[in-house]
Design a protein around this ligand. Structure first.
Ligand code: IMP
Length: 429
């Protein structure tokens, strides 16, 4: 029996959705444990593309899917997503989708504040997705948040919402010069959501415990990546939750002894959306080729992703922070055709070699990547089924990643489709 966490190792968008969808085939329960609809997990199945922002990617496999207490949920987005999936013939009924009663709700004022704050910031912009994620986690930490359990209690909800709207309207009007929000409108809107979502709301921790006792295999689906983690990422250019594997326990309500492994997902190169330091970023034609070939646009905001060489200082940081038991390398096919490939194995700062990811953002911004150059390959690898089907130089590239990260590669993705995957070790089998 395996209970595995899937975590992003870079700055998100590593291709976790595809891997979760693939591994979900042999798992019984898929649970998301942090973030919200800032995430966008893309899956391609027989030419049909699905992007899930909130519902765990395992829903396409017809597996039991849970939204843990660690998420912040926009009920409007959740209902839209359920509607889209259900119209595509995918079951999203309350027997298959469960929502934690302790998950916090994204409210209209959170989105307004996120937007107004970002607009006011000028050069200091974080580049948020503008979905209200940060302000909702702020209210959670300051003990003013509204959870599903309160949403379903009419009196409690009304009391909390009245207080919140009074305070947020003051902030929006006085500080941001924005129009005030209408309490009655929000009340009516959220009462409707409450009735639509009531059958889905449950204690996810209790359900997971039962699943473990029944010998079920659980897949914990992380969103974003280690370097967007609120504690360990490139603060303040981070998201507002802990994205590393340890948070699977807090964000789903399960103890660490129940987790049996952690798979870290890494793109064969590096990308980042939004602002913040990115030592191996490319500003030349190679960066453009990677951006175009990899179709590197944000799944949530459609923004062009910044692209760069693979950074193993970043990967080693993720190996340590997550306690990775294995790596998954995605989008290896995107690198086909390049004459040579660079791998960053350290940084150089004021003449000194840096091998641990710096916490100080000014030092990080001044770090120059130290590269080793490997030969590229020209072959189309998108149909490779085994590691031995790969060209010699692709194998060299993968071997070097394993050496530099001291971590075994368990899965290699060579295209967007489920069957374009080389599975060396499936932790659920
Ligand atoms: P927020 O999470 O919307 O507040 O955005 C904070 C930062 O995290 C911004 O730079 C976003 O672009 C980035 N971010 C948030 N979610 C994702 C994701 O799923 N993939 C990649 N970047 C993300």
């Amino acid at each position: 029996m395996a209970n595995i966490v899937i975590a992003g190792t870079q700055w998100g968008d590593e291709g976790k959705g595809k891997i979760v969808d693939l591994l979900a085939e042999n798992a019984d329960v898929i649970v998301r444990f942090q973030g919200g609809n800032n995430a966008g997990h893309t899956m391609v199945i027989k030419d049909r593309k699905f992007i899930c922002h909130l519902i765990p990617s395992g829903i396409l496999q017809g597996k039991l899917c849970m939204i843990g207490n660690g998420l912040v949920v926009d009920p409007e987005v959740l209902l839209q997503e359920m509607d889209t999936l259900s119209k595509a013939g995918i079951n999203v009924g309350p027997k298959i989708l469960k929502i934690s009663d302790k998950a916090h709700l994204i409210m209209p004022y959170h989105k307004k504040i996120d937007e107004a704050r970002e607009n006011k910031k000028g050069d200091d912009k974080i580049g948020t997705t503008g979905r209200g994620i940060g302000p909702t986690y702020e209210d959670k930490a300051s003990r003013r948040g509204i959870r599903f359990v309160e949403l379903l209690d009419n009196d409690l909800f009304e009391e909390m919402l009245t207080n919140a709207v009074e305070e947020k309207n003051f902030y929006l009007q006085q500080f941001f010069n924005q129009k005030k929000l209408d309490l009655n409108k929000i009340t009516t809107q959220y009462r409707r959501y409450a009735e639509q979502l009531r059958p889905y709301v449950t204690d996810v921790s209790v359900e997971l415990d039962q699943a473990v006792k029944n010998g079920k295999q659980i897949l914990f689906e992380g969103a974003q990546g280690a370097h967007l983690d609120i504690d360990h990422g490139t603060y303040p250019f981070v998201t507002s939750s802990n994205t590393i594997s340890g948070n699977a326990c807090c964000g789903a309500g399960i103890g660490p002894t129940r987790i049996t492994g952690v798979l870290g997902i890494a793109k064969a190169y590096t990308t980042r959306v939004g602002r913040g330091p990115f030592p191996t970023e490319l500003f030349d034609a190679v960066g453009e080729i990677i951006q175009k070939t990899g179709a590197e646009f944000g799944a949530t905001t459609g923004r062009k992703r910044r692209c760069g060489w693979l950074d193993t200082v970043v990967l080693r940081n993720a190996v340590r922070l997550n306690g990775l038991s294995g790596l998954v390398i995605t989008k290896l096919d995107v690198l086909s055709g390049l004459d040579t490939l660079n791998i960053c194995n350290a940084y150089e700062h004021e003449g000194a070699r840096v091998t641990d990811f710096p916490s100080n953002r000014r030092i990080l911004a001044a770090c120059r990547p130290v590269y080793e150059t490997l030969p590229g390959w020209k072959e189309d690898i998108s149909l490779a089924k085994n590691r031995r089907d790969l060209p010699k130089n692709a194998l060299k590239y993968l071997d070097r990643i394993e050496e530099l990260t001291e971590t075994h590669i368990d899965i290699i993705s060579v295209g967007p489709e489920r069957n374009q995957t080389i599975v060396i070790n499936n932790p659920f089998i």
